[in-house]
Design a protein around this ligand. Structure first.
Ligand code: ATP
Ligand code: MG
Length: 225
């Protein structure tokens, strides 16, 4: 597989497994490409095995898995997903190869929304209290609908201004593949509601702890220069 290269102004973000770029045919969409092995970040044995299998069975790749996960959620929850999960259109053929086409989340100023990771590690106009309240709201929504979205990492959520909510900000999930692609060999926490909810609460609490730690560190850091 040859390396995937895009002009810098088309690249929105690099994930561990995929690159997300602007869709040249639409301002409202983005394209996700699975990276060739040498462009992916290093991972542990379990993930390496998953990648090895996906190279042999494309249906196990990140894009097909995410599309199946989105379709399953869409069939079960329909309009309840609006504002919480960004829609996936399908796999499209492009000159650079197959890509997953998704609705691009924009922030209030009309620019592509930045991930929670970028807010924590680059800059953010929000406080830890505001971002933790946005996690509370997202967690409550997952629990209300019984959605086993366990990969609540800061790269899978983008941050959007929400002036009409009490905390002024909300989170939108841009990667739902973890509802199908879990770490458990026998996915009991997907099947048993009490285990699922306990795991969701643990994951949300871990994210809030990261937010508080990270933004507290920024407050304590001496000014640059
Ligand atoms: N629909 C979207 N709207 C706006 N930004 C997006 C969208 N989809 C992805 N992104 C950006 O691309 C980044 C990576 O996306 P995604 O999580 O889907 O890739 P990934 O390879 O699965 O990453 P990882 O394996 O680390 O979870 C996100 O953090 C976000 O910044
Ligand atoms: Mg992701």
């Amino acid at each position: 597989m040859s390396a995937l290269r895009f002009p810098a102004d088309r690249v929105l973000a690099h994930g561990a497994n995929r690159i997300c770029v602007r869709d040249p045919s639409s301002d409202t969409h983005c394209l996700k490409y699975e990276l060739p092995p040498e462009q992916r970040t290093r991972v542990g044995t379990r993930q390496r095995l998953r990648r090895w299998l996906a190279r042999r069975m494309p249906t196990l790749g990140e894009n097909r898995t995410e599309l199946r996960a989105w379709q399953q959620l869409q069939a079960r929850l329909g309009d309840a997903l609006a504002g919480f999960v960004t829609p996936c259109d399908g796999i499209v053929r492009t000159p650079e190869g197959p890509a997953l086409r998704c609705v691009l989340v924009h922030d209030a100023g009309g620019t592509p929304a930045r991930s929670l990771y970028a807010h924590l590690f680059e800059s953010t106009p929000y406080t830890a209290v505001q971002l933790c309240a946005a996690v509370d709201a997202f967690e409550a929504w997952l629990l209300r609908h019984g959605i086993p979205l366990f990969d609540l990492n800061s790269g899978n959520l983008v941050v959007v201004d929400a002036p009409r909510t009490p905390c002024g900000v909300r989170l939108v999930c841009v990667d739902v593949k973890s509802i199908l692609d879990g770490r458990e060999i026998v996915p009991v926490s997907r099947w048993i509601p009490s285990l699922r909810d306990r795991k969701l609460r643990r994951r949300a609490e871990r994210l809030r702890t990261r937010i508080r730690d990270r933004l507290a560190r920024d407050r304590l850091a001496p000014p640059a220069g």
